[in-house]
Ligand binder design. Sequence first.
Ligand code: PBG
Length: 305
Amino acid sequence: MVRETRLSVDNLVYPMFVVCGKGKKEEIGSMPGVFRFSVDMLTKEAQEVAGLGIPAVILFGIPDRKDETGSEALNPKGVVQEAVRALKDKVHGLTVITDVCIDEYTSHGHCGLVKDGQILNDPTLEILSRMALSHAEAGADMVAPSDMMDGRVGSIRKALDGNGFHDIPIMSYAAKYASLFYGPFREAADSTPKFGDRRSYQMDPPNAIEALREVALDIEEGADIIMVKPALAYLDIIYRVKNEFNYPVAAYNVSGEYSMVRAAANSGWLDGDRVMMEILVSIRRAGADLILTYFARDAARILNK
Ligand code: PBG
């Protein structure tokens, strides 16, 4: 009766990976219980997700074809665009969010265009805006830029507004740290950078005040929901962002945070379900409204009991 923090299925967003082809459901080695689905299988899975009362999914596409500029990301018949169409058509009441970033589509694996080993911020904005627009055209309910290029929220907002998508919200990965907790995701999405790292565009883990500046800029540019990522090693950032801005805050409980718990639970070292619930409620207690988590299905099953 006196519990201060509630975790509800309504707070959860389930990340899903989509691949080309048919009949595919491939488990990701470093993320037991998480799969890459072809569009047909994704639809079935998403029906179950919606059936559990989970309000939203976020889609990550893994294309067959990669090139220097990530051009497949703009293909109106690309893997994410097709997945959005299928989910909007077949799974009623499920909010479909798309991740907007070219790292899964570029041959070098970076989130921006590259010239002479440097990431080009401004030229990347145009591609990201066109990518977001093509997701909206396919029927996405919300777009979520995760690239961390400066100025992309404003640029995407302008592109959406200019094409009649005034009502499509932007959830920006506003304070995204250059974290090693993304390791398993990069295996899942085949997006490990082929040279260097992401430290020229993602944030330095020791910095907190800079996170507030990043968030302020994204809000100014038109972000509707702001995200802190990862969640666990950054609960203080979630807390500060919520207190400072009082905006809807999302937290991404990332792949490495999931894999650590699964690995320990599978070895019998801790009680996986209870640790999962403790972690999720801690992210809520820190101030997050939404939690993007690979645990969403398992947590929903427990919450629905
Ligand atoms: C970039 C992106 C990443 C994640 C979500 N979007 C990886 C990265 O920045 O390398 C990581 C999510 C996770 O680890 O669960 N498109």
